[in-house]
Design a protein around this ligand. Structure first.
Ligand SMILES: *Cc1c(COP(=O)(O)O)cnc(C)c1O
Length: 412
């Protein structure tokens, strides 16, 4: 930041303040992570300077010889990581990875089937406020109201009735294991394609901590910035038979020049993810989530579905008589960042909600273990159960800052 501080002190100051916010607090947003220094370096490199429309070996601009090598490395490493036949690393985001699959295999007005947003699905899976809700004929499945888990029988019945073109599985706020094979079988039964969106759990899938969708469902889309711990971006994997259609849908179908600094950083991230330590990291994410969940339940809080199998959990705050928004705000004052989230059968607006989503990828990246999760869980329960007690919140904040101080974002 030495140079920027001289040329644009205003922005340098903002970046430093954000760095301190990240350093001094505990980030429990389930969709976030903390990238390595190597990924940061690649992102902030000269690889941002050039246009590279097209694909390696077939560019529309001269001078792309090194970009070609970087993109090929990103593709090959991602293929190796997941055992995929084909990979496209150009989507700017997870939403655009999904968009490319829809554009490649579904005409406007055709049927898209997915999990309801309020039950854990994603905006790009057919929400009325997303392009997907405008372009496609959307049918959505819910969770079993008793278990708050997926009911594959119910999904299959709905698919038989609606005969969608693409069935989407994968979610943003589902704490349980997803049976990708069951989804593909449901799709096969009704002549539909199956797309698994593993944006949240990609790291878990890559390391066998959660069953993978690659080679099981027709298409897999992901982000690179959640449990994969890379730069913000998207990617698509599929078998060779779909490769050409997917590549054409990404470019020139819906994007212009790829973000080559991001693709270069994706290559760095995928190499890191191929190391044995990344498997250990993902195992620890889940171990940490289990302990955090158990601690919260021991403190008398109810978790949706009664626990977690992955990196995230949802607290149902109805029994506490407070909203997700109130919990998010109070925890924020205590230095704990989390997000309000709808829960199954939500009655409040998405800006208020009755739930709170928590995830362990960031704190695990900082090196925190089970013992720290027990402390964090107790602090969260203290705040949530006595939300107007400013003295207690202040006391938690002091403890949070002290713990965060022991885990530097980037140790020397
Ligand atoms: C995060 C997420 C995405 C993609 O998000 P972007 O913000 O567009 O990168 C897509 N699908 C699911 C299920 C997600 O959780």
């Amino acid at each position: 930041m030495f140079y920027l501080a001289k040329t644009d002190p205003q922005i340098a100051d903002i970046i430093e303040k954000e760095r301190l916010r990240q350093q001094n607090g505990l980030e429990l947003i389930a969709s976030e992570n903390l990238v390595s220094r190597a990924v940061l370096e690649a992102m902030g490199s000269v690889m941002t300077n050039k246009y590279a429309e097209g694909y390696p070996g077939k560019r529309y601009y001269g001078g792309c010889e090194f970009y070609d090598i970087a993109e090929n490395l990103a593709r090959d490493r991602l293929k190796k990581l997941f055992g995929a036949q084909h990979a496209n690393v150009q989507p700017h985001s997870g939403t655009q990875a999904n968009m490319a699959v829809y554009f490649a295999f579904m005409k406007l007005g055709e049927g898209l089937m997915s999990m309801k947003l309020s039950q854990g699905g994603h905006l790009s899976h057919g929400s009325p406020v997303s392009f997907t809700g405008h372009f496609y004929n959307v049918t959505q499945y819910s969770l079993d109201p008793k278990t708050e888990m997926l009911d594959y029988g119910m999904v299959g019945e709905l698919a038989k009735k609606e005969k969608p073109k693409i069935i989407v599985c994968g979610a943003s706020a589902y704490p349980r294991t997803i049976d990708f094979k069951a989804f593909q079988e449901i799709a096969d039964d009704v002549g539909a394609y199956c797309m698994a969106d593993i944006a949240h759990i990609a790291g878990l899938c890559a390391t066998g901590v959660h069953p993978t969708s690659v080679g099981v469902t027709n298409f897999t889309t992901t982000t690179s910035h959640k449990t994969l711990r890379g730069p913000r971006g998207g990617a698509i994997m599929c078998n060779t038979e779909y490769a050409q259609a997917i590549d054409k849908a990404v470019f020139p179908g819906m994007q212009g020049g790829p973000l080559m600094h991001t693709i270069t950083a994706k290559a760095v991230c995928f190499e890191e993810a191929l190391r044995p330590s990344f498997k250990e990291y993902n195992r620890q994410i889940v171990k940490n989530a289990k302990v955090l969940a158990e601690t919260l339940m021991d403190c008398g809080l109810r978790l949706v579905s009664g626990g977690t199998d992955n990196h995230l959990m949802l607290i149902d705050l109805i029994g506490q008589g407070i909203t997700g928004l109130e919990a998010e705000t109070a925890l924020g004052k205590a230095g704990i960042t989390a997000n309000k989230n709808t829960i199954p059968n939500e009655t409040k607006s998405p800006f208020v909600t009755s739930g709170l989503r928590l995830g362990t990828p960031v704190v695990t990246s900082r090196g925190m273990k089970e013992e720290h999760m027990r402390q964090i869980g107790t602090w969260i329960a203290t705040v949530v159960k006595d939300i107007h007690n400013e003295a207690a919140i202040k006391d938690v904040k002091t403890k949070v800052t002290a713990m965060a101080g022991k885990f530097p974002l980037y140790p020397e």
